[in-house]
Structures are given as C-alpha cells and as structure tokens.
Design a protein around this ligand. Sequence first.
Ligand code: AMP
Ligand code: MG
Length: 355
Amino acid sequence: METKWLRVSAAPDDPEGLERDPAVVEAAAYLRKGELVAFPTETVYGLGGNALDPRAVAKIYEAKGRPPDNPLIVHLADAAQLAAVARSVPKAARRLIDAFWPGPLTLVLPKREGVPLRTTGGLDTVAVRMPAHPAALALLRLAEVPVAAPSANRSGRPSPTTAAHVWEDLAGRIPVLLDGGAATVGVESTVVDVGGDRPVILRPGGIGPEELAEVLGTEVELDPSWSEPVERPKAPGMKYRHYAPEGTLYLVVGDVAAARREILRRAEAERKAGRKVGILTTEEGRSWYPAPFYAVACGRREDLSSVAAALFAALREFDRAGCDVIFAEPFPAAGVGWAVVNRLLKAAGHRVIRV
Ligand code: AMP
Ligand code: MG
C-alpha cells in the first residue's frame, strides 16, 4: 500500500480554515470510509480509525502489530460526543473533563453497547479523551465519528512525536499520514480510572497527579504498575514491552551528580569492551560526556516538560546512531516527570542502576 503524506497548511488558530484545509478534508474522508489515518495530537501522533467499526479497528491492530487485548483510546471532537460511547459519566469524571478537556487526560468509563469489544480489548469499559490539537479536532469534527487511536508506532517502539517518526514505522502499512508538525507535550495522556471509590491513575502522562488531586480535592493514587513490572495488570496493555530502543537501556536512579559519575565509569568500561555507548542527559549535563560517547541532550532538567517533549525523539536517535548500550540519567517523579520516569522504566525493561 502506498502511504500519502498530507501536510496541514491552515493556521492552528483558525478552526474553520482547518476544516477547509484540503489535507484535513481528505484525511477525514478516509476515516469516514473505514480507512486509517495517522494524525497529530498534542501528546504523540495517533493512528486513527472509526471506533464504532470493528473492521476499521482491526486494521489498527494489524498495522501496528499490536496485541489484540491492548485497548485503544477513543478520541472525541467534543464532550457532547461522550453519550455515543459511554454509558454513564461519574461526577469525578465530569469535574476532570471540565478542568482538563481538551487536553492530555483520558478517562476510563463504562462502555456503551455500540462500542465494539475490539476497540476496548475485550473490556466493558472504554477509554476516552478530547485532544488539545486544532488539526486533530478539525479532523474529528469532519470525521463525524469517535476515532480510536493508539500511538502511531509499530508496537513496542518509542511513540512518534513527528510525522517523520510515523513514516519510519508505518510507511506502506497505512493509506494516509496527516502531518501537523511536532507534538508539544511529547508523552501520552494520563489515563484515569474513576470507576472505583477513589480515582486511580492507570498510566501517568501529560497531566500530573498533583493537578488532578487539586481539582478533585482528594488524593489520587498511581497504580503500582507505574514503576513495577506487572503480571496481572488492570489494563491488559500494561504488560507489554514498550518504547524500547534497539540497544540495551539502563535507567540510573538517585542523586544526579552521583549518577553522572556512575554513568561515566560504566560507559568507559563498555567502550573498552568495544560497544558503542549512548547517554540520555539534558542540556545541563551534555558536557559531562565527551566523544566517543553518544550523548543526547533531552530538554532541560530545570523544565521537565521540555524533557517530556524531547524524550521519544531522543530514544529513536540512539537507534539511528547504532548504540549498543544506553544509560539514562535520573529524573524526578513530579508533574509530567512521573510520565518521563515511567516511560524510561518501560523502555529499559526495568533495568535500573541505583546510586
Ligand atoms: P496507546 O494509545 O498506545 O497509548 O495505548 C492506550 C492505553 O490506554 C492502553 O495501553 C491502556 O493502558 C489504556 N487504556 C485504554 N483503554 C482502557 C480501558 N478500557 N481500561 C484501562 N486502560 C485503558
Ligand atoms: Mg502506544
């Protein structure tokens, strides 16, 4: 199959212009026909298909090579569309929607019968969100259906934050790639289950637990799977290998200065053994690691949102450079840092070096 690369040209602050943009119009026609479209969101690029059409949804799993029990997130053009997919919306969910939509927050709600089990990985709940990306919203309005969209990468690879990343993974496997520039948040949405007595974060993401707690006025727990490998997770998708670069990644945890000394010591040993060493650092740490070490500055440590925005591109860069072994510096679990640490732990297959 040949993949069309369609570039959005209308301005982001012009919603009507975006709905007339030829690229967006053409992409929406594919969605309405039951075909797949990779499209930009503020978190990462998504691979979308009509969430109510089991055949369209089957194509998503096929193109990604995604295990069939890993559920998809359904994307809505506005909160009014919730009634088409969710049986009910608990009060806590309503509060979070009012505070954070459009935005990187996904809610797990009881699903309506019309939502195929294929979409939800066999669960009787459905995960929904409204993205804060003008081109995505224009696409969703024109599609006129809820759109199931996991990240637009081959299963197991780092999520795509640019159209070029999507192309690397899915060219030839999908009909359309809608290019709307680089994702700004850079990590996926925060997934919250509000179905129990207390809200639980199933996956940390673009919105920190602290912000959710402030709106709800209660503590918000993180599911233990955020930092530990799990055998029987609440959401089946959590058990799969994720975000992994081809080289072996180690996450160093502890004090940053001590971590840098430990990384240098280990990097030197790896180099002597003939391996190419990558190091995931930040602008502040780059000068610590001289060539031939391949250091990638992933944002600025003083601004964790810049680290999140650069994270997946950095992981892909180590593959491009052919690194055999990669060491990642520690990051604090706070705000979007919870998501950064979670993605690094998964990318590392939980190989952690404590200093
Ligand atoms: P992705 O869009 O590739 O980031 O994957 C979507 C993720 O959302 C899944 O791997 C799950 O962790 C989560 N998710 C989707 N639907 C549900 C659901 N019904 N219940 C719990 N988690 C879900
Ligand atoms: Mg994904």
